[in-house]
Write a protein that binds this ligand. Structure first.
Ligand SMILES: [Ca+2]
Ligand SMILES: [Ca+2]
Ligand SMILES: [Ca+2]
Ligand SMILES: [Zn+2]
Length: 421
């Protein structure tokens, strides 16, 4: 990782295209690029693409040709549109698939059963089929291939860890993809994009141990749960046309975590982009709210103030304020994502106490503490004792002890295989 911060961001970072159909990787002429940049193929007011600061095109309209089939499942996503207009803004039907010659529910051009036919593993193909069948969540290789182990881990994250939270047909999470950075930020771990319901995992994440990667997977999945609180058709349209962030549902939830959200009249509300849709650029500065956080020991302070404290605090002070890391204080979304991850990691450490000897469990705890400290200056155990962490976060999870034990074996014991077998 090249930067000091943990680059696992949500709304305002990231990039991507959809499988095999976007212009990324080619070099269109400037005039062509301009035409693509402003194109709204089906005339519904949602541009086909959004454009990042470094000029990459990302999916914005999930069904660019208004045939009801999502781009990623559509063998010809740019067909001409019979009746362009507002009615094309309806959400596509994730049950409609093209190019499925083996009849397993997945388009063959991204179907691991087909693509891995010569020597690929059965397990990842099973996982890909099962997640799409049961949840309509699609695992997709983009400019980086998803390792089999990561597919299996995602299966556990969705089915076991977020049991009952990620439900079948979960609108903010349709695609989980592995991708490569093109903007020189190869230290990006992942990001969750509400406008196209996609979680992206970068190469940095694929290189982590399973337990370190779990932190990232829980973090990014948490962002999709946050988006679910504000995912009406108007919310989604707002995301795709003006990067709307005034998320009333999440703000109400954030209050239960200690974050106070106040309208900031000095900032103008976001307007729809008239020409091309910027993927964020400076929009974050227009977020028309002020966020403050209190851990209960004093009045609320801005995230920046907490981050400044973090830099000045000793380790015991950080612990006394139950701060897991600096990144969590970027905003309420990051805080929730980082503390959800802390909860899962702490549950796994707890489970290790059941499945290993006391001294083995202590060794695992020490090893994880060292790895998290060295990589990210992240301290999941600091969360313990914080009222919001103890009361609000646990009641979201519906995981029994046997499942935590099995998860501990895979993610924690599996990452340090010499300690407890
Ligand atoms: Ca459109
Ligand atoms: Ca389509
Ligand atoms: Ca197929
Ligand atoms: Zn994040």
């Amino acid at each position: 990782m090249s930067s000091a911060s943990m680059a696992i961001s949500s709304i305002c970072t990231g990039r991507g295209d959809w499988a095999g159909v976007a212009p990324a990787g080619t070099s269109p002429s400037p005039a062509t690029a301009q035409a693509i940049a402003v194109r709204d193929n089906d005339g519904d007011g949602i541009k086909d693409y959004r454009i990042t600061k470094c000029g990459e095109f990302r999916e914005n309209d999930p069904d660019a040709d208004c045939d009801g089939i999502p781009n990623v499942l559509d063998g010809s996503p740019y067909d001409s549109v019979a009746t362009p207009g507002q009615s094309c803004a309806a959400e596509p039907d994730w049950h409609r698939v093209t190019n499925d010659r083996n009849g397993n529910g997945l388009p063959d051009y991204l179907d691991w059963r087909v693509l891995n036919a010569s020597g690929g593993g059965k397990r990842p193909a099973d996982v890909q089929e099962g997640l799409f069948r049961d949840y309509k969540i699609l695992l997709v290789d983009r400019r980086t291939r998803m390792p089999a182990a990561v597919a299996v881990e995602l299966d556990h994250v969705i089915r076991d860890i977020f049991r009952g939270q990620i439900t079948p047909e979960f609108p903010p999470l349709r695609v989980i993809t592995t991708d490569r950075a093109v903007c020189g930020d190869d230290d990006m771990y992942g990001w969750a994009s509400p406008e196209n319901s996609t979680v992206y995992l970068g190469r940095a994440t694929l290189q982590l141990s399973a337990i370190m990667r779990l932190e990232v997977l829980v973090h990014e999945t948490t962002h999709t749960l946050q988006y679910a609180l504000d995912f009406t058709p108007a919310d989604v349209l707002g995301l795709r046309t003006r990067n709307r962030y005034d998320s009333d549902g999440f703000h109400a939830f954030a209050a239960s975590l200690g974050w106070t959200v106040l309208p900031d009249p000095s900032k103008k509300p976001l307007r729809p982009f008239r020409l091309a849709v910027w993927h964020c650029s400076d929009d974050q500065t227009d977020y028309p709210f002020e966020l403050t956080y209190s851990d209960g020991s004093g009045p609320g302070k801005s995230g920046e103030a907490w981050q400044a404290d973090w830099d000045n605090f000793s380790a015991p002070q950080r612990k006394a304020h139950h701060m897991v890391d600096s990144y969590a204080f970027g905003d309420a979304w990051e805080w929730d994502a980082e503390y959800n991850a802390a909860f899962v990691l702490n549950q796994l450490l707890h489970a290790a106490g059941r499945v290993c000897t006391l001294s083995q469990a202590a060794s695992l705890r020490r090893r994880l503490r060292d790895d998290m400290t060295n990589a990210w200056d992240y301290h999941q155990e600091n969360a313990i004792g914080l009222p919001a962490y103890e009361s609000v976060i646990p009641r979201q999870f519906h995981v029994d002890d046997d499942t935590w034990d099995a998860l501990a074996r895979r993610f924690l014991l599996g990452s340090y295989p010499d300690i407890c077998t």
